[in-house]
Write a protein that binds this ligand. Structure first.
Ligand code: ASP
Length: 420
């Protein structure tokens, strides 16, 4: 059994969590080849703030925030007594100095600087975890993911260059050894740092697992597996113990947030098992996503996405909305970064529910208004129930104004808002 582990930010959020990671590794080291780690806790969010200060030409604030982030990491380093490890200290400090020098000296370029700056979260965390595991006797090599995960030219949410990545991963990784590497970060053919999109570390584990044709990818989470609903919104959630790749892809497409949407496809193509397990109770079985899907239809899943943006688009001259319009509308969505979660059309209008960055919203509306009449509702909610029966429809919907309802044999979806 060969496998790769992925630990997210919450699973390495402090020194105790990192000690817990070591316990997990010690109990499950059989066949373990690669450990992929995200940035510690909310470091990526903080690095995004640093990036914003940097873009606003506020280098002082960027450096101040960076120092705070470094201090936070140093608390963990001191607790793990890594401050006595000279090689580690040199590596960690040189990463930190590199970031500060980039912030002080580089000219501003949105995309290039975004990926470059946020990459330090994963570089720091893996430097700590690799050194700590080495000291504790779990000998491993630290690999810079930017050397092995190659992407096409775009710098953010980059497309993977599978051919190159496959070649380099197989040249670099010896399945009999242990490696620690970063999730989320990569580089393009110009050697520039790129990123795979927020929460992209699951995808990194899937890419490496696929290239090495391992038996299993294990994602360690703070929940007991893939749940049928987010416990933040619903009580009495259940673990989907055994579901198929197809069902997992449908769920992540519909918005279930436990796994990054791109993660499952490559694993399905190579029939590699994906396990979601709890780092809090590692002895629990968790969820297995594989070819067979015993639970696919057994348990209804509820996927709730608040704060959506609902657009209703009509032609100005009452002509039908047909393919040519839809293709134009979608190219506007694509360039403005509007992510579509649900669509519905009639002869004269096309309604879409999705999300967009508030910064890009004015441009989206302006571009659509050139050829269409546009109405919109902000802050609507989207609820999807997969494999529903009428009893699964939550009571709270009765007090809401339903703006769109869509029903198929397996899935029912509601776009709604509070009654006014
Ligand atoms: N650190 C990155 C993020 O917070 C990637 C990840 O955690 O998967 O989005």
């Amino acid at each position: 059994m060969t496998r790769i582990f992925k630990f997210g930010g919450a699973s390495v959020k402090n020194s105790d969590a990192i000690i817990n990671l070591k316990e997990i590794v010690s109990l499950h080291k059989e066949g373990l080849t690669v450990i992929v780690v995200s940035a510690i806790d909310k470091t990526t969010n903080q690095l995004e703030e640093i990036w914003k200060s940097y873009l606003n030409d506020d280098v002082d604030s960027a450096i101040q925030k960076t120092n705070k982030c470094i201090d936070f990491h140093y608390d963990i380093i001191n607790n793990l007594v890594l401050n006595k490890d000279d090689d580690f200290v040199v590596q960690f400090n040189s990463l930190s100095n590199e970031l500060k020098s980039f912030l002080s000296n580089n000219k501003k370029d949105n995309n290039l600087s975004y990926s470059k700056i946020v990459s330090y979260g994963e570089l720091w965390s893996t430097c700590i975890i690799s050194s700590y595991l080495n000291r504790e006797g779990y000998l491993n090599n630290w690999v810079d993911a930017r050397k092995i995960i190659k992407t096409k030219l775009n710098l953010i949410e980059s497309d993977v260059d599978w051919e190159k990545t496959n070649e380099i991963v197989n040249q670099t990784i010896n399945k009999k050894k242990l490696y620690v590497t970063q999730g989320f970060i990569s580089s393009n053919s110009d050697g520039l740092t790129t990123t795979l999109g927020r929460e992209g570390s699951d995808f990194t584990a899937s890419i490496i697992g696929t290239c090495l044709a391992l038996d299993e990818v294990v994602i360690w989470k703070d929940v007991d597996g893939l749940l049928n609903a987010d416990p933040k919104w619903f009580d009495n959630t259940k673990v989907l113990k055994n579901i198929s790749y197809k069902e997992a892809i449908e769920l992540s497409y519909l918005g279930a947030s436990v796994i990054h949407p791109n993660t499952v496809k490559p694993l399905q193509n190579k029939k590699i098992n994906l396990r979601i397990k709890s780092f809090l109770v590692p002895s629990n079985k968790g969820s297995l996503i594989s070819e067979s899907g015993l639970d696919d239809r057994e348990i209804p899943s509820l996927i709730y996405k608040p704060n959506q943006f609902l657009l209703s688009i009509t032609t100005k001259d009452y002509s039908f909305v047909f393919e040519e319009h839809i293709s134009e509308i979608f190219s506007i969505f694509y360039y403005s970064g509007y992510k579509v979660h649900l669509m519905q059309n009639s002869a004269l209008s096309f309604s879409v529910c999705g999300i967009i960055s508030p910064l890009k919203l004015p441009l989206l509306i302006k571009d659509l208004q050139k050829n269409y009449k546009v109405k919109f509702n902000e802050k609507v909610d989207l609820l999807t129930i997969r494999h529903y029966n009428s009893l699964d429809i939550p009571d709270f919907l009765k007090s809401k104004e339903i703006l769109i309802q869509q029903r198929s044999r397996s899935t029912i979806r509601f776009v709604f808002k509070d009654k006014t």
